[in-house]
Write a protein that binds this ligand. Sequence first.
Ligand SMILES: Nc1ncnc2c1ncn2[C@@H]1O[C@H](COP(=O)(O)OP(=O)(O)OP(=O)(O)O)[C@@H](O)[C@H]1O
Ligand SMILES: Nc1ncnc2c1ncn2[C@@H]1O[C@H](COP(=O)(O)OP(=O)(O)OP(=O)(O)O)[C@@H](O)[C@H]1O
Ligand SMILES: [Mg+2]
Ligand SMILES: [Mg+2]
Lengths: 254, 254
Amino acid sequence: ERRIIAVANQKGGVGKTTTVINLGAALAALEEPVLVADLDPQGNCTSGLGCQSDGVTSYEVLEGLQPLAAGIRKTRFPNLELLPANANLVGAEIELASDPHRAQRLDGALRAQPTSHRWVLIDCPPSLGVLTANALAAADGVLIPIQCEYFALEGVGELMRTIERVRAAWNPGLAIDGVVLTLFDERLSLAQQVVTEVRRFFGEAVFATVVPRNVRLAEAPSFGRTIFEHDIRSRGARAYLALAEELMARRRDE
Amino acid sequence: ERRIIAVANQKGGVGKTTTVINLGAALAALEEPVLVADLDPQGNCTSGLGCQSDGVTSYEVLEGLQPLAAGIRKTRFPNLELLPANANLVGAEIELASDPHRAQRLDGALRAQPTSHRWVLIDCPPSLGVLTANALAAADGVLIPIQCEYFALEGVGELMRTIERVRAAWNPGLAIDGVVLTLFDERLSLAQQVVTEVRRFFGEAVFATVVPRNVRLAEAPSFGRTIFEHDIRSRGARAYLALAEELMARRRDE
Ligand SMILES: Nc1ncnc2c1ncn2[C@@H]1O[C@H](COP(=O)(O)OP(=O)(O)OP(=O)(O)O)[C@@H](O)[C@H]1O
Ligand SMILES: Nc1ncnc2c1ncn2[C@@H]1O[C@H](COP(=O)(O)OP(=O)(O)OP(=O)(O)O)[C@@H](O)[C@H]1O
Ligand SMILES: [Mg+2]
Ligand SMILES: [Mg+2]
């Protein structure tokens, strides 16, 4: 059975893409088949995995021009497939604006196409528009990366309200699969305060694993590599492996 | 005379808000009156300057419910005023979607209201929707913060195409006032490559000043302080002061 997780936070640069790529790669390395769905017009997931974004992408799937299967492609990593994205997705926000079912396009495409993946990780853009709405409407759960810096807490209330709206309108079963603290920099006195405050707000939902700020994670995508290829001994690699194991354990416990 | 600058880049977390707050504060410290206009529904500029976001905000001004003057408020910093933002702005994207003149709302409000500011710095959200279109249509120039990391270069082409579209549709005189390299981390071998590549792509437009990754800059907004209040001896403070002087020199040379 497949679990669909939207990795979302409208705050920019908090590690959504880095989490989708490396959590996806960790799950794949642990023999769990993963589909990464790139729903960000910037296509950072697509390029970060070293893939091209020509041919059928998430744009054609959202617009109903192609079935999901036509867009799914293999990556060089075993157990890891990708639905790529490119800048055409910017058009979807405008083109779908008048369609009352605009937020249910991805959900329809995923329901119509059973696949053998155990996990589907959807990378969202830094906004709460129609693309993120599609991801939340299609998802079983949301994973919220929160950067351990000041502005990181500002948007969380807005994100929670959006999740409520999506539950009310399209997806009553949408769960919070977890909150992952990212870009933790121990030199920043503020970072620990953010960790404490986030744990107070979200409680048990916050993963024990905290992803440190780690230079290796910033370098890896420029080579189209996951952190495991780039530097498996790094703190970044260990953190995403631990996060994958925690996510799998939470699923077993259900 | 007033110069209106949109600080824009759809890539998230590249230092747009940090640049608007601290470049604004540096210009104000150099006796140049500044208006900061927050056009991001996250309202990070508003909270980073220690201001509230109740009452009249950029939402009411864009919707034509209130004139610009009603939204402008003093901050505790001399020569620095603010048009605040809050999450109501999310509504503007949807409410204005059917208005053919949706992108010219801010321009209209600014033209209708001469002010004594020498600079207007507009903080944009991490997207290329109607809010950023309003900023670009109203601006004399664009300042593009680019983070010295891999994904930072990915979206630049898309941003340039958007600027072209805005020039063709609404604002033929829109200039590139400059590109500022931010979050430069000398431990990251990639950072220097990004600097070289950005200088090759943008040439003279790139400011000589490169803003280093500096813990003090990340701490300042949690106290509602500018970098100059928080730690005036820091590398972050020196960088934004140098950037302000460079921007002023470019304006004199015109
Ligand atoms: N733990 C980390 N350590 C060091 N660098 C990181 C880490 N996580 C992310 N980064 C870097 O920070 C930048 C932002 O990360 P990323 O692109 O994953 O964020 P995002 O939330 O997907 O951004 P956007 O909002 O634009 O989609 C990237 O340059 C990335 O390489
Ligand atoms: N030079 C710097 N050194 C250290 N931290 C920085 C620097 N510039 C920005 N930051 C921190 O990085 C994070 C992202 O910066 P900021 O919020 O200014 O980016 P942004 O482009 O405005 O983000 P968004 O796309 O969400 O609007 C913030 O936590 C900020 O404090
Ligand atoms: Mg991303
Ligand atoms: Mg910002």
